[in-house]
Design a protein. Structure first.
Length: 136
């Protein structure tokens, strides 16, 4: 009988030790997983930041490019206003490319500020047109 109890106690102790060992392993794996996940997020956010920076960097040129006249399409309705085209910097060719204007319904309580060329210490660059709140 005593032998049976000892066996049962040994069995329970063995199971408890294995369970404790498994919990320690799981805890270690979970901590490592969290660290890996954090590193993954940092790498992804850094990559996104580099892509955005590469896509939106200001391009400088020594002279403004020549403006090309194009025909304006018919006004869709009397509610629409003409938004002048913008210039977009081509990173590969290092030149500005003209984008055509378009008709758009004005935004509520907003005023459209046309884009313009601005001179800076590194050269001339385009400031894109944008909407801003009315100053009332």
């Amino acid at each position: 009988m005593k032998n049976n109890e000892e066996s049962e106690n040994n069995f329970q102790n063995t199971i408890a030790q294995e369970l404790e060992s498994s919990i320690t392993e799981i805890s270690t794996v979970t901590k490592a997983g969290r660290q890996i996940r954090k590193i993954f997020y940092v790498v992804c956010l850094s990559g996104i930041g580099f892509c955005i920076n590469a896509c939106t960097s200001t391009g400088y040129v020594s002279n403004e490019p020549a403006y090309v006249e194009y025909s304006r399409p018919a006004q869709p309705s009397s509610l629409h206003v003409w938004i002048n085209g913008d210039w977009v910097y081509n990173q590969q060719n290092h030149v500005y490319v003209q984008k055509n204007g378009y008709w758009e319904k004005p935004r509520h309580n907003r005023e459209y500020m046309s884009g313009h060329w601005q001179k800076g210490p590194q050269g001339t660059f385009w400031v894109s047109g944008h909407y801003q709140r009315n100053r009332r």
